[in-house]
Design a binder for this molecule. Structure first.
Ligand SMILES: [Zn+2]
Length: 76
């Protein structure tokens, strides 16, 4: 009985190590698959000042994307 338990534990240990090694050797992420979901959102460029900012911080002004809360951008 004790020997069976021993082999089961060995098997679990091997399986655990195998899984860990699979996790290490697997590429970190599929190209282009989930990067956007992890990173959040697109970066856009302001049409007025040229600053790059997240899409959610830009607003649409006459078809152009401009900064929403950038005081320096408001200056002509
Ligand atoms: Zn701007």
């Amino acid at each position: 009985m004790g020997r069976i338990l021993f082999f089961i534990l060995i098997g679990i240990g091997i399986w655990y190590l195998w899984r860990a090694s699979m996790r290490i050797t697997r590429p970190p992420e599929a190209p282009g698959a989930s990067r956007r979901g992890e990173r959040g959102e697109d970066m856009v460029q302001c049409a007025r000042c040229g600053v790059h900012l997240p899409r959610s911080e830009a607003r649409d002004e006459a078809g152009r994307l401009v900064c929403r809360d950038n005081p320096r951008c408001l200056a002509p």
